[in-house]
Write a protein that binds this ligand. Structure first.
Ligand SMILES: NC(=O)c1ccc[n+]([C@@H]2O[C@H](COP(=O)([O-])OP(=O)(O)OC[C@H]3O[C@@H](n4cnc5c(N)ncnc54)[C@H](OP(=O)(O)O)[C@@H]3O)[C@@H](O)[C@H]2O)c1
Length: 233
């Protein structure tokens, strides 16, 4: 096994998280990915040939025990933690007027509580490595859209990123908020498939995340908003 930098990614078995894991592994990182679905994680590991540098951990990003145990297992297995990427998230694709409130709780817990739990769990190890936190927000967290509850969860992520940065920068820890525009992933499955307009692919966002993580010591990239062209938002 290589002794490259170590990154933990929540929701890393598909989409943007998986593309980021794949890219970082290619750059010599050791990577732990989490997700609720064991089969999804196992398929991803099999696709990559089950490298020793990849750890898959079943767990809910909104559950404190699962998140803290994912951090502990990663540090125990790989000896350190250099970056934590809060990527797990989803949208209910409804709105505050006509939506189904039954779906909102899990979305809020995954998208807002999830990144907070990861920061809480990973911070001691990141302080030791003077590492980096990456939060995957959204263009929906920097523009207003009518009645959008998902957008409100991502506005919370925007605030969490800056509030965290102001807390941890004194310890040499960096914080980057990466805001994807429409990106072709399983994200849109719950909406019947991707919209009929220009889309990024997951590797475009993975490139932005890996670039932020790869900045030299002393440099902290704070916000990257990456949209397709053209983009209606
Ligand atoms: N695609 C876009 O257009 C777009 C645009 C802006 C922002 N984003 C953001 O990008 C991030 C990644 O989304 P994606 O596009 O890559 O979607 P995706 O392909 O659906 O991937 C999301 C991943 O997160 C995992 N996940 C969801 N809820 C989880 C939870 N509670 N705990 C652990 N893992 C969980 C899913 O696996 P399991 O279901 O097996 O847990 C899945 O592997 C999300 O935060 C999303 O809001 C996406």
């Amino acid at each position: 096994m290589t002794d490259g930098p170590v990154t933990l990614i929540t929701g890393g078995g598909s989409g943007i998280g998986a593309a980021t894991a794949r890219r970082l592994l290619g750059e010599g990182h050791r990577v732990a990915v989490t997700g609720r679905g064991g089969q999804r994680l196992d398929r991803f590991a099999a696709e990559l040939g089950r490298p020793a540098e990849l750890l898959t951990l079943v767990g809910d990003a909104a559950d404190w025990d699962a998140v803290s145990s994912a951090v502990e297992t990663t540090v125990r297995q790989f000896g350190r933690l250099d970056a934590a990427v809060a990527n797990a998230g989803f949208a209910t694709f409804d709105d505050i007027a006509g939506g189904d409130p039954a779906g909102w709780r899990d979305m809020v817990l995954t998208n807002v509580l999830g990144p907070a739990l990861l920061i809480r769990a990973a911070l001691p190890a990141l302080r030791q490595s003077r590492g980096r936190i990456v939060l995957v927000g959204s263009v929906a967290g920097v523009v207003y859209s009518p009645g959008n509850i998902y957008g409100a969860t991502k506005w919370a992520v925007t605030g969490l990123a800056e509030n965290t940065r102001r807390l941890v920068t004194a310890d040499g820890v960096g914080v980057t908020l990466v805001n994807p525009g429409a990106t072709e992933t399983g994200f849109f499955d719950a909406d019947g498939g991707p919209p009929d307009r220009a889309m990024l692919d997951a590797d475009h966002i993975a490139g932005a995340i890996a670039w932020a993580i790869g900045q030299p010591s002393g440099v902290d990239v704070n916000t990257l908003t990456v949209r397709p062209v053209p983009s209606p938002l």
